[in-house]
Design a protein around this ligand. Structure first.
Ligand code: MRU
Length: 354
């Protein structure tokens, strides 16, 4: 990966930054032990950073890819001048191939491509593409703030909540989706306890969600992923609150592996399930969750813990990193356009047409 390490003032709300004409990403692989930014100077390096989890979380991946298009345009215009629209195609493909499940990636790239199509061949495309990328970034933060309020209003507190993976500022342009709701509801006294699943194998819950919440002075209690059912059985948990990587036209929700099990267990215990996601996460082109491509990552993520091999030699591995929760297990989908209760095809269509 073509990148430099530098020391900046790291903060969850500043995990993606355009600074000194380059893209800077807070390296999420290293949090919370160390908080370092990587400087990215090309679309290829940006695609590598997405694939290698320097940046992760659906909206954050989309925003990063939009900035990656700016870097791609700079390279293409420097190399090909008025032929930049042809020269940029390889890099657009690289960004598109970086991760398959989060539809925000394709949403952001399609939006940038729409602008590319409308631009003049002769002029330097960088200023207008940068403006669009910054707009995508700003819109995401505004959507999160709006969803934070809408989601918090659904919680008749005070109650405990469980979140899974990291759907916070680090996973978005800032503030967070699920964690935006938790921030808002905690401040309003509607949440009295936050449980975070550790989220094997990348430990987004233990490393990232805990770091973010504590930075915001919100106490957090970690659970092993398998402990959530037992925790719900003890009482005191009113809601599961999670983000999403892609929501199908019928309201099925793809999210971090383990979300489906949480939702099944929640149903058994009468705990409600809230999915918080901007409309850029909704893919009306896929009829149901069965059509959502689920990323399967390398086996080493399960066979090893860091550099240490933990599994018996010879063990085989299946490592899908997302699963699909059927719409019937979801009580509310919270978007910046409004809340859909008990989602189905018709309600999702109405939301997207509103
Ligand atoms: O593999 P990751 O860390 O990119 O997975 C992230 C998630 O599953 C998040 O819950 C989802 O992207 C929503 S982020 C607001």
């Amino acid at each position: 990966m073509e990148a430099d390490h530098i020391a900046l003032n790291p903060s969850p709300d500043n995990a993606i930054a355009w600074h000194a004409k380059q893209l800077w990403l807070l390296d999420q692989r290293k949090l919370p032990a160390s908080a370092e930014y990587l400087e990215l100077r090309s679309a290829e390096a940006t695609a590598d950073a997405i694939r290698e989890m320097v940046v992760r979380g659906a909206p954050a991946i989309g925003i990063t890819a939009a900035y990656g298009v700016v870097l791609a345009a700079r390279t293409a215009y420097a190399a090909a001048g008025s032929g930049w629209k042809s020269a940029i195609q390889l890099d657009l493909g690289r960004l598109r191939d970086s991760r398959p499940t989060a539809v925000n990636l394709f949403w952001a790239l399609d939006r940038m491509r729409g602008l590319i199509d409308s631009l003049d061949d002769e002029a330097n495309p960088e200023p207008q593409l940068l403006q669009e990328a910054e707009q995508i970034h700003a819109e995401d933060v505004a959507a999160n703030r709006c969803m934070g309020e809408l989601g918090a209003a659904l919680i008749d507190g005070p109650t405990g909540v469980i979140t899974h993976c990291n759907a916070g500022a680090l996973a978005t342009g800032g503030y967070g989706t699920a964690l935006g709701v938790i921030r808002n509801a905690h401040a309003a006294g509607r949440i009295n306890k936050v449980y975070a699943d550790e989220t094997r194998p990348w430990l987004q819950g233990a490393r990232l969600t805990a770091w973010e919440l504590l930075a915001d002075a919100i106490p957090v209690t970690l659970l092993a992923d398998g402990a959530a059912a037992n925790r719900m059985a003890q009482g005191g948990v009113g809601w599961i609150i999670v983000g999403s990587d892609r929501i199908a036209a019928n309201g099925d929700v793809a999210n971090k592996i383990g979300t489906f099990s949480l939702a099944v267990v929640a149903k058994y215990h009468g705990v409600k399930v809230m999915v918080v996601a901007p409309t850029s996460t909704i893919d009306m082109q896929v009829a149901s969750g069965k059509e959502i491509p689920i990323e399967v990552r390398g086996g080493d993520e399960l066979l090893c813990c860091g550099a240490q091999r933990i599994a018996a030699e010879g063990a085989e591995v299946w490592n899908p990193v997302f699963d699909v929760t059927p719409a019937e297990l979801v009580d509310a989908i919270v978007t910046e356009k409004g809340v859909v209760l008990s989602p189905n095809v018709e309600k999702m269509r109405q939301l997207m047409e509103s």
